[in-house]
Design a protein around this ligand. Structure first.
Ligand SMILES: [Ca+2]
Length: 94
């Protein structure tokens, strides 16, 4: 996924990544997404379908020089971003 200049909201609808009936956060195949131009403090990532989760439920790490945000079976690669730069304000859970 690639955004525009200025603030973007990258929408990740957990249920829409259902494969073979897997529409849950944890059960099913791993989903790898890449955002090529995420800007911390400007852009946000919105997870749809897991309103009971929050920033503390995210596993943040760095891999191959960029941040990887993991929640359940979803892995979001943020190119050009380090995990230490990410803050609660960068994420929305609905
Ligand atoms: Ca942007």
């Amino acid at each position: 996924m690639t955004g525009l200049d200025g603030s973007d909201r990258f929408l990740i609808d957990i249920a829409s990544f259902g494969v073979k009936g897997y529409t849950s956060l944890t059960k099913g195949p791993t989903v790898k997404l890449t955002i090529s131009d995420f800007e911390t403090g400007i852009d946000t990532i919105q997870f749809d379908g897991i309103s009971n989760k929050g920033f503390d439920d995210l596993v943040l790490r760095d891999s191959s020089g960029h941040a990887v945000v993991q929640v359940g079976r979803f892995r979001v690669h943020l190119l050009g971003v380090q995990s230490a730069e990410l803050a609660p304000e960068d994420f929305v859970f609905v």
